[in-house]
Design a binder for this molecule. Structure first.
Ligand code: MOS
Length: 759
């Protein structure tokens, strides 16, 4: 890249799509106006395991306006099973009479109106044979499978048995040690926008309007399921009302709605209920974890052992294996990990904001806090003693690691110095006061991406790419990048996203999209500049005639040389033949040339910060949090958070602050509020609504201060963009738990932290 990222990034910029969003002009999936749509509603299973023996559809079909009812015995062989988030199959819907989990889609009713479809759903009678289901850990009938070391991600080619023996030996002789078990609950996605699907056919051409984190992935996955050519499928998702991993993988509903629309010959809209969102989309699985840390008397770790157990469905071996991350956080001579998948009669889990790090860092960062008290050492100092610029698992250097500057700046602003280290020693009236901290980090991923840019003689530009606006501010970051690279104002750049007719970018997951999209946009802008410059130096009427095109730059809507001579775009652009349109691809270093073709085929290969050959690339952060625990009721409040992050160049500090803050809020929610209750007898979910599924409200959310520690890392990628979508949540649950221990002297190792556990 020849463009300096300092020119591109760092100017606080309001969202370019803000007005459209707050005025209702922004169109979400189910907002699409279509001619004469019919409406689908879902019939879902009320048992978690068993078989369907028959349907009585008479009463449902008798509801005026009912047009069609799809069941496994009428259409079960017409759609192929979609790939699950682990790549394996995820049978969930109408393929057979088999019921795999509570709330599985077992029939789809289509009617002229939403009301008729809803009414008919209530009249569908299903006969089932129920088998005793397995709900979760501790239920009879779980099947526990150890994940092979080669797939558990810690150190693929090394022998974990030998590593475990070495860690055990170091642990046995260490003067200070922690040996503790932790648990995290299932959590379900509740984005504002429901899990809708709208499908419309025009002859062989299918258009799908559905909130998605991966336009090209959805396109090709649904094409494969329906057995049609991907070029006949278009996916549209211009705005997404929250995603966080829930719209990363294709789920079963989409292809079935497409099939229903094909059978009927009319567009169909499906807007499932809030409760159905708990069972037709993926979720964050519950985990159990075992951590053993040993250290010298001065706090240096001598061994780290971290084992996890994660619930999955019967057919899927989906897991997050977060100890791939935790094992490389601190310097230690002996590190071992293990992961186990615990199969139960549950839906297949999937991604949720920092899928791996959120649960696993709760355990590691709680254990580090426990170790600090055993050592009688400040927990921040314990992190300093074990800080490292070298990935202890791979031996590679971190591309950059400003963990301790993050701790120092957060601690300074927070007033960490005022902390009396003795648990239970700080009190304010009826409230026990606790200060806690934790490390945050997240790997830096980047994938291949493409962009199309056109520049008009008027000095306005269009950027088009199939990127995703999940609420993250993607329209704005892309507009900023293109505007600054082309020497234009942000308002003069129009951005089109969320449409598979546009050039592909990877799934908006793993915090990659900021890095992936900006590199493709800058490449396209550089090509625009090159073409303008070459046309200018070749033209006799240009002040740059005969000059070296490499010396010309785009500044304030003009083509300019080093002496400040310039000419307006209204002269420069027409020379290129009128409208100047450029298509460019960016293939990140370390990826094979085939990665772009794979992307066009709906598969996103990624250069991953934790598996590169040259460096290990992570962003780092530090949380400091104050909690107050009422001395009588044990109510837990969080009045104050200060977090600092070093995450490379920040494209737009305005939206970055919101991203960090959103992560922190979800981290508080993970610590104190969120859990899906699974009935141990029926394996059904209990609190499938926003009244009983606890999420924080404004009164729960404190003052949150964000510090963005400047970081210029050109080893992570040429523009030094690290991505910030997930790092905010990581470690936050542990920081709160650690503060609760400091306030009360009581260590809670299971989330969410509850008042009754402190009594
Ligand atoms: Mo995310 S959980 O990588 O959408």
């Amino acid at each position: 890249m020849t463009i300096d990222p300092a020119i591109l990034f760092g100017t606080p910029t309001p969202r370019v799509d803000g007005v459209a969003k707050v005025t209702g002009a922004a169109r979400y999936g189910s907002d699409e106006p279509l001619a004469s749509p019919a409406f689908a509603c879902l019939v879902t299973s009320d048992i978690a395991r068993g078989r369907i023996t028959g349907f009585d559809l008479g009463a449902a079909k008798a509801v005026p306006g009912v047009l069609d009812i799809l069941t496994h015995d009428t259409v079960g062989n017409q759609v192929k099973t979609p790939p699950g988030p682990d790549g394996g199959p995820t049978p969930t819907t109408l393929e057979s009479d088999r019921i795999w989990h509570d709330g599985q889609i077992i029939a789809i009713v289509v009617a002229n109106t939403f009301e008729a479809a809803t009414e008919a759903v209530s009249r569908v009678r299903v006969s089932t044979v129920s088998e005793p289901p397995t709900a979760s850990f501790d239920s009879p009938g779980t099947e526990v499978k150890a994940v092979a070391a080669a797939r558990n991600g810690s150190a693929p080619k090394e022998d974990q048995t030998a590593k475990k023996a070495a860690a055990d030996a170091a642990f046995a002789v260490a003067p200070v040690k922690v040996d503790a078990r932790y648990a995290t609950p299932p959590q379900h996605h509740n984005p504002m926008e429901l899990f809708t699907t709208t499908c419309s056919w025009d002859g062989p051409k299918l258009t799908i309007y559905e909130p998605s984190q991966f336009m090209w992935g959805l396109k090709s996955a649904v094409a494969r399921q329906l057995g049609i050519d991907p070029s006949d499928v278009r996916t549209v998702s211009r705005f997404v009302g929250g995603a966080f991993g829930s719209r990363g993988n294709v789920t079963s509903r989409t292809a079935w709605v497409a099939l229903a629309a094909k059978r009927l010959g009319r567009p169909i809209k499906l807007v499932p209920t809030r409760a159905q969102g708990f069972t037709i989309a993926t979720f964050r699985a519950e985990t159990r974890q075992h951590v053993r840390l040993s250290a010298t008397a001065d706090g240096k770790l001598t061994s780290v052992f971290h084992e996890g157990w994660e619930v999955s469905s019967r057919p899927s071996s989906y897991k997050v294996a977060g100890n791939k991350a935790t094992s490389r956080l601190y310097a230690a001579p002996s590190i071992a990990t293990a992961v186990n998948v615990v199969h139960a009669d549950r839906a297949t889990p999937g991604f949720m904001r920092a899928p791996a790090e959120t649960p696993y860092m709760f355990a590691l960062e709680s254990a580090m806090d426990e170790l600090s008290y055993m050592l009688n050492m400040d927990p921040i100092e314990l992190r300093r003693v074990n800080d490292t610029q070298t990935d202890p698992v791979s031996g590679l250097s971190f591309s950059s690691r400003l963990l301790m500057p993050c701790f120092d700046q957060a601690a300074e602003k927070f007033g960490w110095k005022q902390r009396n280290p003795k648990p239970g020693s700080m009190q304010d009236g009826a409230w026990l006061v606790g200060y806690g901290c934790a490390t945050s980090f997240y790997p830096n991923n980047i994938g291949p991406a493409a962009a199309r840019i056109s520049l008009m003689a008027s000095g306005r530009a269009n950027v088009a790419m199939a990127a995703h606006e999940l609420g993250t501010g993607a329209y704005t970051t892309i507009a900023i990048t293109a505007a600054h690279a082309l020497g234009l104002k942000v308002v003069d750049v129009a951005v089109q996203l969320g449409d598979s007719d546009l050039p592909p970018v990877p799934a908006a997951g793993g915090s990659n999209n900021a890095a992936s999209t900006t590199h493709a946009v800058v490449k396209a802008c550089e090509e625009v500049r090159r073409r303008l410059a070459e046309a200018a130096v070749a033209a006799e009427d240009s002040p740059f005639h005969g000059a070296d095109p490499a010396t010309l730059t785009l500044v304030e809507g003009r083509l300019q040389n080093a002496n400040g001579q310039s000419e307006p775009l209204s002269r420069a652009v027409p020379r290129t033949g009128g409208r100047l349109e450029v298509y460019a691809e960016n293939l990140p270093a370390g990826l094979p040339a085939s990665a772009m073709a794979q992307l066009y085929d709906g598969r996103a290969m990624m250069s991953r910060g934790d598996s590169r050959k040259d460096v290990t690339a992570y962003a780092f952060g530090a949380h400091c949090v104050e909690v107050r625990v009422h001395s009588l009721t044990r109510e837990i409040r969080v009045p104050r958070v200060v977090s600092a992050f070093a995450s490379g160049h920040i494209i737009n500090p305005t939206t970055a602050r919101s991203q960090y803050m959103g992560g922190i809020i979800w981290g508080i929610s993970s610590a104190l509020h969120e859990a899906t209750e699974v009935d141990p007898a029926s394996a059904r979910l209990i609190n499938t609504n926003l009244a009983d599924y606890m999420v924080p409200v404004n009164a729960d959310i404190p003052s949150i201060e964000i510090i963005m520690v400047p970081e210029d890392d050109r080893r992570v990628n040429p523009l030094g963009v690290k991505g910030i979508g997930e790092i905010g949540i990581v470690g936050m649950n542990a920081a709160v738990a650690n503060a609760v221990f400091h306030a009360t002297g009581k260590r809670l190792r299971e989330l969410p932290l509850r008042a009754e556990h402190l009594l």
